[in-house]
Design a protein around this ligand. Structure first.
Ligand code: HEC
Length: 201
């Protein structure tokens, strides 16, 4: 073999690799409707794992898995996370299914095998270039995030009763609230309130 040949092979391999990655990232234009290729999912998860400070990964959950803390995490999840992740963590939601990348089914091993510290870090800091927001900014303490970690661990064993309670705590639109009020008034034997006039502030 001539001296230049290995270099040429390396160059061709590099060009092919870049082309493959570019195809993997750009297939289907920039539409969020596409599903990431298995290669892209694998590389993104690897990159995310490597980018996470290793000290953060080994943090131990300081919040005890009591019934009360689990319930706190569950209702917080219903309020802030279920819109994308679903109450059951399946991510089978309007928001979740339209994102790129789509949030994973958190009941499965792929998520469950992440360490507590890694789950906590993701909740606190979010994941750049994905729809996953950082929650350490406002309205939420580190303790809240640790309770969410407890709840994520509980997801594979979520009961029907717990799900129903969560549904009552999912965010509601003004129209939902009005309907609920009218239902309650009806059930309490009060005359149903007349349909609200749209009022301006
Ligand atoms: C606007 C949509 C959205 C909301 C709201 C949201 N997430 Fe996410 N979440 C995502 C997306 C998208 C991903 C995938 C990120 C990735 O691919 O790295 C994700 C990933 C995660 C992961 C990593 C799972 C894994 O296996 O990779 C955890 C843990 C998580 N979210 C927890 C939460 C919690 C807890 C809340 C509420 C406090 C929340 N998320 C709210 C969209 C959302």
């Amino acid at each position: 073999m001539k001296r230049g040949t290995p270099l040429l092979i390396l160059l061709i391999a590099a060009v092919l690799a870049v082309g493959f990655v570019a195809y993997s990232l750009l297939h289907n234009g920039v539409s969020a409707k596409a599903t990431p290729t298995a290669l892209e999912v694998m590389m993104a998860r690897k990159a995310r794992h490597m980018a996470l400070p290793s000290a953060a990964r080994s943090l131990v959950n300081p919040v005890a898995a009591t019934e009360e803390n689990l319930r706190g995490g569950r209702l917080h999840f219903a309020d802030h996370c279920a819109i994308c992740h679903g109450n059951d963590g399946s991510c089978d939601t309007l928001m979740g299914s339209g994102l790129y990348p789509k949030p994973p089914d958190m009941r499965l091993a792929e998520t469950q095998k992440l360490s507590d510290g890694e789950l906590f870090w993701i909740i606190e800091n979010g994941v750049r270039f994905t729809g996953m927001p950082a929650f350490s900014t406002r309205h939420s303490s580190p303790e809240d995030s640790w309770k969410l970690v407890l709840f994520i661990r509980h997801l594979p064993k979520l009961t029907a009763e717990e799900r129903i309670e969560m549904e009552r705590n999912n965010p509601k639109s003004p129209a939902d609230l009005l309907e609920e009020q009218q239902e309650n008034d009806f059930l309490n034997g009060k005359t149903p309130a007349p349909p609200a006039e749209p009022h301006h502030h």
